[in-house]
Write a protein that binds this ligand. Structure first.
Ligand code: MN
Ligand code: MN
Length: 349
């Protein structure tokens, strides 16, 4: 069992001892990721004083406008991990194609996929942002999330935390700025099972699939509805912040696929957003799904592939999967519980 006063480095060395034949290169890689997160934490904490807020005036490979901090955070990640000799290649939200470690640098056996700054569209309003990362074995990035050897995120909130899993539980470290180290403060996180909060962008309600409409309707119906209790709704619009709240306090998050062209396959990116968050969530006893299948089992076909993403307390996600299975068999026009949906599609309102 990890000790509660452990630094990230001590924790990694202890984990390394448990893995027979480990060479230490993996430990070095996670330490390098930790350094990247510390640097980004320092940069975003400066806010307007750092002179780096606002748009970069450029677009990433998916046509999304980049913030200046997106570009800076991507550079920080690259510099922190490219020279450690642990990686064969990296891939990032901000780069169109995977980038092999430059010639002349030592190479290793791992791949790192990352979202250097998640939630960056909120950075100018001082809402928590984060970094998300996934470690795979070389050489192929297009592997299902079950093959991740490590995954995690950093959240830059009132405190900076690094939350990660090496496949044996999910552990949270808080940045102690006085000594410049991540310290283990939340060993073996478990998602509370009794969920009282759901998070979804309800401005998209008219595009939702029937299973999602039904689930949200039942939450909104509260104590007098089929769930028999009241729910609260949350929406921060920052994946890392939503995932972190769910790890700490339970609940469920949905960014489902819907009927619009742009989000027909979902909005969040599989390789460096959904997969790492899903591994962290599963390792904390939760569940992560596309709605119709376990998210970690999706075989990706492209680097920036998007997916519907539902995660959180296992019972809630199972309920959503059940509703998806049911509505794949028949239409949602006769609510089981005799209450008309509060959120109906625009076409049938
Ligand atoms: Mn993101
Ligand atoms: Mn991002």
């Amino acid at each position: 069992m990890p000790r509660p006063d452990q630094t990230l480095t001590e924790f990694l060395i202890e984990e390394q001892r448990k893995a027979p034949g480990a060479t230490g290169s993996f430990t070095a890689l996670v330490k390098d990721v930790g350094v990247a997160c510390k640097r980004i934490s320092h940069l975003v904490a400066k806010g307007a004083l750092g002179g780096a807020l606002g748009e970069a005036g450029s677009a990433n490979s998916q046509g999304e406008r980049q913030m200046r901090l997106d570009v800076l955070a991507n550079g920080i990640f690259r510099r922190a991990v490219e020279r450690g000799g642990t990686l064969e290649a990296i891939a990032s939200e901000e780069m169109e194609a995977p980038c092999p470690i430059p010639p002349g640098q030592p190479r290793g056996k791992y791949l790192l996929a990352f979202d250097p700054l998640d939630g960056s569209s909120n950075i100018d309003v001082n809402v928590p942002v984060g970094s998300i990362f996934s470690v795979l074995r070389a050489p192929e990035f297009l592997q299902p999330g079950t093959r991740q050897v490590c995954a995690g995120y950093a959240i830059y909130g009132p405190s900076t935390m690094l939350v990660l899993t090496l496949g044996r539980g999910t552990h949270g470290f808080t940045l102690d700025r006085e000594i410049g180290e991540f310290v283990l403060t939340h060993p073996d996180l478990r998602i509370p099972e009794q969920a009282a909060e759901f998070a979804i962008n309800s401005s998209n309600a008219r595009f939702w699939e029937p299973a999602v409409k039904r689930y949200v309707d039942e939450c909104l119906a509260g104590r007098s509805g089929p769930r028999g209790r009241d729910f609260n709704m949350r929406w921060i619009a920052s994946l890392v912040a939503e995932a972190h709240r769910i790890l700490m306090r339970g609940g469920v998050f949905l960014y489902p696929r819907d009927e619009r062209e742009a989000t027909r396959n979902g909005r969040l990116r599989l390789l460096y957003e959904a997969n790492p968050i899903a591994m962290v969530i599963e390792q904390a006893g939760g569940r992560a799904s596309t709605g119709t299948q376990r998210l970690l089992e999706v075989g990706p076909r492209s680097l920036h592939e998007r997916s519907g993403f539902i995660f959180g307390a296992a019972g809630e996600v199972e309920r959503l999967e059940l509703y998806h299975r049911e509505f794949n068999r028949r239409a949602y026009d006769a609510p089981l519980f005799g209450t008309r949906g509060l959120f109906r599609a625009g076409t049938d309102a």
